[in-house]
Design a protein around this ligand. Structure first.
Ligand SMILES: [Zn+2]
Length: 403
C-alpha cells in the first residue's frame, strides 16, 4: 500500500533524517528517499509510537532504535493495521489518544464553566462566590494556564546555566515552597537580562532576571521578592485576574464560541500582562502572605521592605522607571513598606535559619565580571556532569554574544 509521504531517521543519513516515500506490504514498511536510498523495517520488528508535534505522526522503529520510519499521511495507520502483528498496537495507540483528548476536552469544559461563573460572580460583586469557585478549580487549571503563558511569552533573555546562580535561586525557592500554603510545584528559570524583575505565573512557573539578583545586596531581599511572587501563585491571583478580565461579555462570547477561544483569550490576557500585573488588593495579600512565608521559613522578612526601599530610592534618583519593572507593577511603595514592617512587628522575633549561600559569589556570577566566574563553573561542570556540558556551553555563549 502507498506511497505515503513521510521520512526516515537514521544515523547514516546526512543530518540524521530525510524525507521519503513510504510503502507498506506484508513484509513490513519500506522507505525510499529522494536521493535513492532505501530503508526497511520488517513488520515483526516494527515498534509503533504515535506522537510528534501534531500527535498524529506514526513512528515505526527497529528494536535497537537505530532506524525509524515515520509518516502522518492519511491511510498510513490503516496500512500498518493491515499487517497481522500491528493491528492490535495500532488500535491500542488510537484508543489511548482518544482517551487523552477526551480528558483534555472535559477538563477545558470544566475550567470554562468555572471561569464563566467567576466572570458573572465578579460582575455582580459576588467576591466570595468567585473565590469559592476558584478554590473548586483543580490545580491543573493553574498549571495549564501557566504553561500556555510561558510558552507564548517572549521572556527577553537567554537562560542562565551557571550553577552558582541557579542553585542559589532554587535553594531559596525550595525553602519558601516548604513553608508556603498549598502544594504547588515550582519551576524556576533565571534569565540573563538587566531588567530588575521577577514574576510568577499561575501554577508555579517562576522567572527571575539577573538584573534583580545584581540589585539585591542580601539574599533576604531576593527571597522577599520571591516569597511575594510565590504568594501570587498560592493565592491563585492569575485565575482571579482572568475571571475579572473576562467579565460577563467575555464569558458569553466564550460560551457561544468554540473551545479554542479559551486558549486564545488566555494567551491574549498574558500578552496584555494581565497575569503579571495584579490589583491593589492582590498586591496587599501577596505582601502579607509573603511576610508570613518568609517568617515561617526562618528568613528575614524585612528583606521585602528593604528591596522596596532600594527600588524607590533609585527610581527617584535615576528617572528610568522602565528598568525597574518589578516596582512599576507594584505601586504605593510607601504604604506597603509601612504595612510590611507593622506586620513583622506584630509577628514577633523570627527563629532565623539562614540559607548557606554565598550571596556575594552569586552576585559576582551575574555581575559585569561574570565571565571569569562562569567559565570556572563550566570547567567544574565538565568534570562532574559531562552530559550537561552542552547546556552550560550554550549558556555562556549567549552571555558572550550579549556583552
Ligand atoms: Zn505582586
Amino acid at each position: 500500500m502507498g506511497p505515503f509521504d513521510g521520512g526516515v531517521f537514521d544515523k547514516r543519513l546526512q543530518g540524521g533524517r530525510a524525507g521519503a516515500q513510504l510503502t507498506v506490504d506484508a513484509h513490513g514498511v519500506h522507505a525510499s528517499t529522494t536521493a535513492g536510498d532505501t530503508f526497511d523495517v520488517p513488520a515483526r520488528d516494527c515498534q509503533l509510537e504515535l506522537g510528534g508535534a501534531s500527535g498524529r505522526m506514526w513512528f515505526c522503529r527497529t528494536p535497537d532504535r537505530q532506524l525509524t520510519i515515520y509518516s502522518e499521511a492519511r491511510g498510513f495507520a490503516e496500512a500498518l493495521a493491515s499487517l497481522p502483528n500491528l493491528s492490535q498496537p495500532v488500535a491500542e495507540l488510537r484508543r489511548h489518544r482518544r482517551a487523552e483528548s477526551r480528558r483534555g476536552v472535559l477538563f477545558l469544559l470544566a475550567a470554562l464553566g468555572m471561569l464563566i461563573a467567576l466572570g458573572i460572580a465578579g460582575y455582580f460583586g459576588l467576591d466570595y462566590a468567585g473565590r469559592a469557585a476558584i478554590e473548586a478549580l483543580p490545580r491543573e487549571a493553574d498549571e495549564r494556564i501557566g504553561r500556555l503563558a510561558i510558552n507564548s511569552m517572549d521572556l527577553g533573555g537567554p537562560t542562565v546555566h551557571d550553577k552558582t546562580v541557579t542553585d542559589a535561586v532554587n535553594a531559596i525557592v525550595a525553602r519558601l515552597a516548604e513553608h508556603a500554603p498549598g502544594d504547588f510545584e515550582y519551576q524556576v528559570r533565571v534569565l540573563d537580562a538587566e531588567t530588575v524583575n521577577a514574576f510568577a505565573l499561575p501554577g508555579g512557573q517562576i522567572v527571575v532576571y539577573t538584573g534583580l539578583i545584581a540589585k539585591a545586596e542580601a539574599l533576604d531581599e531576593v527571597a522577599g521578592v520571591l516569597a511575594h511572587e510565590i504568594a501570587h501563585v498560592t493565592q491563585r491571583h492569575g485565575l482571579q485576574r482572568i475571571a475579572q478580565s473576562l467579565g460577563v461579555a467575555g464569558s458569553l462570547e466564550l460560551l457561544l464560541g468554540d473551545l479554542g477561544g479559551l486558549s486564545a483569550i488566555a494567551v491574549e490576557l498574558m500578552r496584555a500582562g494581565a497575569l503579571t500585573s495584579y490589583g491593589r488588593d492582590q498586591e496587599r495579600e501577596a505582601d502579607e502572605q509573603g511576610v508570613l512565608t518568609m517568617h515561617a521559613s526562618g528568613l528575614d522578612a524585612d528583606g521585602i521592605a528593604r528591596f522596596f526601599q532600594k527600588l524607590q530610592k533609585e527610581q527617584d534618583e535615576m528617572e528610568i522607571p522602565e528598568i525597574f519593572a518589578w516596582m512599576s507593577s507594584h505601586p504605593d511603595l510607601d504604604e506597603r513598606i509601612a504595612n510590611v514592617r507593622a506586620q513583622i512587628d506584630s509577628l514577633g522575633p523570627v527563629a532565623e535559619q539562614p540559607l548557606e549561600i554565598d550571596w556575594d559569589a552569586v552576585r559576582r556570577a551575574v555581575g559585569p565580571d561574570a565571565e571569569a566566574a562562569g567559565s570556572a563553573a563550566e570547567a567544574d561542570a565538565t568534570e562532574k556532569a559531562p552530559e550537561q556540558n552542552a547546556d552550560s556551553k550554550a549558556g555562556s555563549k549567549a552571555k558572550r554574544r550579549k556583552r
